[in-house]
Design a protein around this ligand. Structure first.
Ligand SMILES: Cc1ncc(COP(=O)(O)O)c(C=O)c1O
Length: 498
């Protein structure tokens, strides 16, 4: 049996298909050529075609920002400002009090920036509270820059852990009263998709004069999220970050939407062109203008505009509608997975008690995560991710009962790599019923023919599984050199001419 099909209406249906890479085919281990089923959106999403079109059109006018003189510079400035405006609108941030700025190639850059900036702003508050379900990007920067990071526990028990334990958070805020600078949490986990009540967390943090930094990288493509859910200032998030490449705009920068007051009157972390009013040989005057002061150097104009276009489209489509459709698909997937013998789904499976977005991490009893992921890829063309997903403390906590039961030798790194991890399937706006069906079909076949599949693979020292006879190195799938040769040949340029 397959999950109930999800029916879309126009314009949802047209947009759902307007993505690059939905018709990508690969040769499989059994000799078939099949369409790829991309279930790795939590790592990076595919590109929305209409948004990419805007960026491509901008190429005809491409010029640097930071000048309004010639036509093209004027266009670049306008388009780049427009992108900032789309970000603020998308999370309903008050443009008078909040600023959006771009940095790096994902939210790792903006989180590092925030961690450094907030530590400098209130050095007397040396403690940062970080949830246990964080991606390393929302943990390590705080460890590096704060005096002390304390991890907030989650509700429930492994493997059915839930969201951040608000009672424990309140206790920590009390215990470290006057020392907590901010609380850093994800809006949704990149491992389980479990959603944290970020506005409740903000209210608790603010009651203790602590700020709240929210990593919304795994949230914004799936559901509506505003700086304040009710409009009340005490429930406002002080800073929110995300990665554009997880929001249908690969190649776009990392984003921060932050209260201006957090950055005003302090030296920006990075200095250079575009963020100063004047420079003499002995000094420089940093501009008061946002976001310029936070964006030293030439920005990623094309990426930001592409992301702005995605956000514009998603606003028109309505994130509530996106969420509803995805929840239907997610419920179907969870039910089908739970019905397979020996499948363990991580995180509290009760969606009403513990909401989640379109990401599911699981294991099959007695199967290494690496072997399951390899078979799904090689025989079913299902692209999933496996391992610890840069959230090692959380994954280890979810796996604790199993790892204890295995009684692994702590010095046997290979055994630990083999068993410490999960398989993750994650959805996007373009996910189709047949992608989910391909995943389920693969798992069913794997469970039906365990010896057959196991005999086809061998593990390496890192716990990764390799097919004994089928090899598909990247250059046979996509070769930049060969593509370039063909492009040059179209220009009648051959290698010997260069
Ligand atoms: C929740 C979360 N935060 C942060 C990151 C890091 O994002 P990036 O690598 O785009 O900087 C990721 C990436 O997987 C993530 O899932």
């Amino acid at each position: 049996m397959s999950p109930d099909p999800v029916h879309y209406h126009q314009p949802f249906d047209s947009l759902h298909r307007d993505f690059f890479g939905l018709d990508t085919h690969y040769h499989l281990a059994d000799g078939r050529i099949a369409r790829r089923h991309y279930l790795d959106s939590a790592a990076s999403t595919l590109a929305l075609g209409c948004a990419r079109h805007v960026a491509d059109e901008l190429l005809d006018h491409y010029a640097n920002t930071h000048s309004d003189l010639h036509f093209s510079a004027r266009i670049a400035n306008h388009a780049y400002d427009w992108a900032h405006g789309q970000v603020l609108k998308f999370v309903r941030a008050d443009a008078e009090r909040y600023s959006a700025f771009f940095a790096g190639s994902g939210c790792t850059a903006t989180l590092n920036r925030l961690a450094r900036g907030l530590a400098t702003r209130r050095p007397e508050r040396d403690v940062v509270l970080v949830s246990l379900l964080e991606h390393h990007a929302n943990d390590l920067p705080h460890r590096k820059h704060a005096g002390q990071v304390i991890h907030i526990p989650l509700v429930g028990a492994a493997p059915a852990l839930g969201a951040v334990d608000l009672t424990a958070l309140e206790r920590l805020l009390e215990q470290y009263r006057d020392r907590v600078n901010y609380v850093a949490v994800s809006a949704a986990s990149n491992v389980t998709g479990i959603v944290n009540p970020v506005h409740d967390i903000a209210a608790l943090a603010h009651a203790h004069n602590a700020w709240v930094v929210v990593d919304a990288s795994q949230y914004l493509a799936h559901a509506p999220l505003a700086i304040s859910d009710t409009g009340a200032q005490e429930r406002e998030l002080d800073a929110l970050v995300f990665s554009g490449h997880k929001l249908y705009a690969p190649g776009s920068p990392g984003v921060a939407v932050a209260r201006r007051a957090l950055f005003e009157d302090s030296e920006p972390d990075e200095v250079g062109g575009g963020m100063v009013d004047d420079v003499s040989l002995t000094g420089y005057q940093i501009t008061a203008r946002f976001p310029d002061r936070e964006e030293a150097g030439t920005p990623n104009i094309l990426g930001a505009v592409q992301l702005g276009a995605v956000l514009n489209v998603l606003q028109r489509l309505g994130m509530a509608q996106v969420h509803t459709a995805e929840q239907q698909r997610l419920r179907g997937l969870l039910a089908e997975l739970a019905a397979l013998p020996g499948v363990r789904i991580y995180g509290d499976p009760d969606l009403d008690r513990t909401p989640r977005l379109g990401t599911v991490a699981f294991n099959l009893d007695g199967w290494e995560h690496g072997l399951v992921a390899a078979v799904l890829n090689d025989y079913f063309n299902v692209a999933v991710r496996n391992g610890c997903f840069c959230a090692h403390p959380y994954v280890r906590e979810l796996l604790k009962p199993e790892l204890w039961a295995l009684d692994l030798d702590p010095d046997d790194a290979m055994a630990i790599q083999r068993w410490q991890g999960m398989v993750r399937a994650s959805l996007g706006l373009y996910t189709m019923d047949e992608d989910i069906e391909a995943l389920l079909a693969g798992l069913r076949d794997l469970l039906a023919r365990p010896d057959h599949y196991r005999a086809l693979y061998q593990a390496d020292a890192d716990g990764n599984f390799h097919h004994r006879t089928f090899h598909a190195p990247a250059t046979t799938l996509f070769d930049p050199d060969a593509l370039l040769e063909r492009a040059l040949a179209r220009l009648n340029v051959t290698a010997d001419m260069l």
